[in-house]
Design a protein around this ligand. Structure first.
Ligand code: PLP
Length: 426
């Protein structure tokens, strides 16, 4: 083992050069993700800082994980208190902890009554770590419901999903991805998923069979190109689910928690699903934390003692962060902030688009705005924006993704718009 690196804590974790960091990743890391050439040493609010002290406006917010801004003081202090107070550590699942109980009750109340057709029993919550783990929980829920309640033969359950979806990277989840890159060579893939075009309610209708147990949908596709389905699509899914006794689950990992200007994206259509998946911003971006929330009656029907579990899922540090992040969400009215700022920002970006030879379309809700470019190569523009001091990346190759922390202020939005103007209007 090499000796410990000397750590200076000048304004970040180490004083290793960017080149050293690139080489360390090259030599010791799996090359599984395309990164941009930036080593971030410090992150606060909406700003990221490199080792020269150059500041970059974070217009990505870790794909919505940093909605309250990086190192939000309330959430950071809660985490620090837990560490210093010796109530942060992971414990075995056999004991109760007060951070878990408190977090579960806050998260259950955060959502409206899920699956109201099953009765007004309140919600229950199953916590996990990364978002994809809670997608797996939702899949288990839909399948077990089909087996137990609909009498579908175990192993024959089918879930309807949508082309261009993104729900994470486990084997089962990439099994129904439209992107070959995510699944090729990783077979055998998990069966039991039927994928239909996003937004096409007739295709959903046709895909329903006696073995269908649920529908898994992103109310707005984030990775798929920041796509908004036609109006009435979610309401149509609700209607079909009611008619055919299916569980409708919304994956709000990226678009929930205020990102689109409402607490939940499904609220834009006045629809209540049977279950919702949250992750990313649920802990304010400080520790991995995700949940699946559903009607208490359903949760009790699906999961019994020993049928699920996770070493870190619901461990005290994550729950402390989650409880603090939910408090910040309410106190700072993050959804309302997103709605108001998103409207202004989208209008300003549309103005730029009207004068730009490069922009095909601007779309989005709240602070979730996509700028689709005509040449289909959004990264070409993202690299230029990085030089000017904006961290952005593409969605589905063709769209520049604008999703800053929801606490972005007017001055920061002016800076963003100025950079976009420079790059998009020659
Ligand atoms: C809609 C959606 N679902 C699931 C996931 C997977 O979450 P995680 O990367 O935390 O596993 C993501 C991540 O970007 C997402 O955007």
């Amino acid at each position: 083992m090499t000796s410990m690196r000397k750590i200076h804590y000048f304004d970040g974790f180490s004083n290793e050069s960017d080149k050293t960091i690139f080489n360390l990743e090259e030599d010791y890391g799996a090359h599984h993700y395309e990164r941009i050439n930036l080593v971030v040493r410090h992150a606060k609010g909406c700003w990221l800082t490199d080792d020269k002290g150059k500041k970059y406006l974070d217009c990505l917010a870790a794909y919505s994980a940093a909605n309250p801004g990086h190192h939000h003081p309330t959430i950071t202090n809660a985490v620090m208190d837990a560490l210093i107070g010796n109530y942060a550590s992971v414990l075995s699942n056999v004991v109760f902890t007060d951070p878990l109980g408190i977090f579960l009750s806050e998260a259950a109340k955060f959502a409206p009554q899920m699956a109201p057709r099953f009765g007004n029993y309140g919600n229950k919550v199953l916590p996990k770590n990364g978002g994809v783990e809670s997608v797996e929980t939702a899949i288990k829920t839909m399948r077990y419901y089909g087996f137990k309640k609909k009498g579908i033969q175990d192993g024959k359950q089918e879930i309807i999903v949508f082309n261009n979806n993104f729900h994470g990277r486990t084997i089962s989840v990439v099994s129904f991805s439209s992107s070959k890159k995510y699944s090729e060579g990783f077979g055998p893939l998990t069966p039991g998923f039927v994928s239909v075009p996003f937004g096409d309610i007739e295709a959903v209708k046709k895909a329903i069979t006696p073995n269908t147990c649920g529908i898994l949908v992103e109310p707005l596709q984030g990775e798929g190109g920041m796509l908004i389905p036609p109006k009435g699509f979610l309401a149509g899914l609700r209607e079909l689910s009611d008619q055919n006794d299916l569980l409708l689950v919304c994956d709000e990992i990226q678009v929930g928690m205020g990102r689109t200007g409402k607490r939940f994206c499904f609220e834009h259509e006045g629809v209540v699903p049977d279950g919702v998946i949250l992750g990313k911003a649920l802990s304010g971006g400080l520790v991995p934390l995700s949940v699946f929330i559903t009607n208490a009656k359903l949760m009790d029907m699906i999961f019994s003692k020993g049928s699920d579990g996770s070493t870190f899922g619901g461990y005290p540090l994550a729950c402390v962060a989650g409880t603090a992040a939910l408090k910040v969400f309410e106190e700072e009215k993050l959804a309302e902030q997103s709605a108001a700022k998103g409207e202004i920002l989208k209008e300003r970006i549309q103005d730029i688009a009207g004068r730009s030879p490069h922009v095909k379309e601007v779309r989005g809700l709240g602070l979730f705005i996509g700028i689709e470019v005509k040449n289909g190569n959004a990264m070409e523009f993202c690299h230029k924006l990085l030089d000017l001091g904006l961290v952005v990346n593409d969605s589905h190759g063709h769209t520049i993704r604008i999703s800053p922390p929801l606490v972005i202020n007017e001055e920061e939005m002016d800076f963003m718009v100025d950079c976009l103007e420079q790059v998009l209007v020659p």
